[in-house]
Design a protein. Structure first.
Ligand code: SAM
Length: 223
């Protein structure tokens, strides 16, 4: 099996790249996690592709009792442990490829996937997300939008990140909405989040209903 490129990006490079002025995405991503937390108020939260723990400080322990973070890069997870030794909630970190991770059925009230789908076969993952999300629970997906002013992977002083170009594929939000519906998720909101760099994110919030095939008319009702 091919080695995942993310394993060859040191944590220090990743954090410096993401917080460099040309990219500057960490604060926006942290805020987007906070907004998802405020909307869904999860007791059990799953962060897929949690990287170095960006946004974990936004979790309110009075609301969220357990956070599970999954990431393929062990060095990123070591940073999370070092930065959050006593987070006030139960923090479980699993070093795994989300495509082969053993998802537990009906375990979470919110699954947050920010800038992850671009790097993997997300339709197959969506099925597992559907299985692990409780009825009434939320799914929040952040996608990078194609930009006229910047390449998919911005050039910075950290060339290790350029390896990601081999892996990165833009994801159509409409395709995510269609797949999510198959697994029982109703679209609650869809917004574009502009960034200082000139790039932008698509932010999708879904809620899991009781049945899979929801009609378009019912979806619109909830928007
Ligand atoms: C762009 S970063 C995510 C940013 C982060 N979610 C945030 O909000 O700041 C993508 C993360 O996904 C992880 N990742 C990529 N492919 C993965 C896979 N197949 N399984 C688990 N983690 C993966 C990478 O290691 C990296 O930490």
């Amino acid at each position: 099996m091919k080695r995942n490129v993310w394993l060859d990006i040191p944590a220090a490079d990743y954090v410096r790249h993401m917080s460099s002025p040309e990219v500057d995405q960490l604060s926006a991503l942290s805020r987007l996690l906070r907004e998802a937390l405020e909307r869904f108020r999860p007791r059990d939260l799953l962060l897929l592709g949690c990287s170095t723990g960006n946004g974990l400080d936004q979790v309110d322990p009075a609301v969220t009792h357990r956070v599970t973070g999954v990431d393929i890069n062990p060095e990123y997870l070591a940073r999370v442990r070092a930065q959050f030794p006593n987070p006030g909630f139960e923090l479980m970190l699993h070093c795994a490829d989300v495509m082969t991770y053993a998802f537990v059925a009906d375990a979470f009230d919110l699954v947050h996937c920010a800038l992850l789908f671009e790097y993997l076969e997300w339709p197959a993952l969506m099925r597992e997300i559907g299985r692990t999300t409780r009825i009434g629970g939320g799914l929040s997906v952040v996608l990078q939008r194609p930009s006229d002013v910047a390449p998919a992977v911005t050039r910075t002083k950290y060339p290790s990140l350029l390896q990601l170009e081999r892996l990165f594929r833009f994801v159509e939000p409409e395709a995510v909405v269609a797949h999510a519906r198959t697994w029982g998720f109703e679209l609650r909101s869809q917004q574009i989040e502009p960034l200082h760099s000139g790039k932008a994110f698509d932010v999708l919030h879904f809620q899991k209903g009781r049945g899979p095939a929801l009609t378009a008319a019912r979806r619109v009702e909830h928007l």
